[in-house]
Ligand binder design. Structure first.
Ligand code: SF4
Ligand code: SF4
Length: 71
């Protein structure tokens, strides 16, 4: 399993949140990940080698930007 981020849906763009609904701090996938596999840089970066395919980030994203799929 691997996660993919749809960067068109993700509101974190060019190092900042562009959502009008979260007050400028998209607390979602990065905070939910128990494995430290996600971080916010200019875009949200995934370290697939750390990901344990738990699905917490999928559930945490209010924008439906993350999916978990078989590879
Ligand atoms: S599936 Fe789990 S371990 Fe993998 S990036 Fe998402 S929250 Fe982190
Ligand atoms: S929770 Fe969703 S919208 Fe927020 S940074 Fe993560 S992928 Fe992007």
């Amino acid at each position: 399993m691997a996660i993919t981020i749809d960067y068109k849906k993700c509101c974190w763009k060019n190092g900042k949140c562009t959502s009008c609904t979260c007050g400028g701090k998209c607390e979602g996938c990065v905070e939910a990940c128990p494995a430290g596999a996600l971080k916010r840089e200019k875009i949200v970066k995934i370290d697939q080698s750390k990901c344990i395919s738990c699905g917490a980030c999928v559930a945490a994203c209010a924008h439906g930007a993350i999916s978990l799929r078989n590879v």
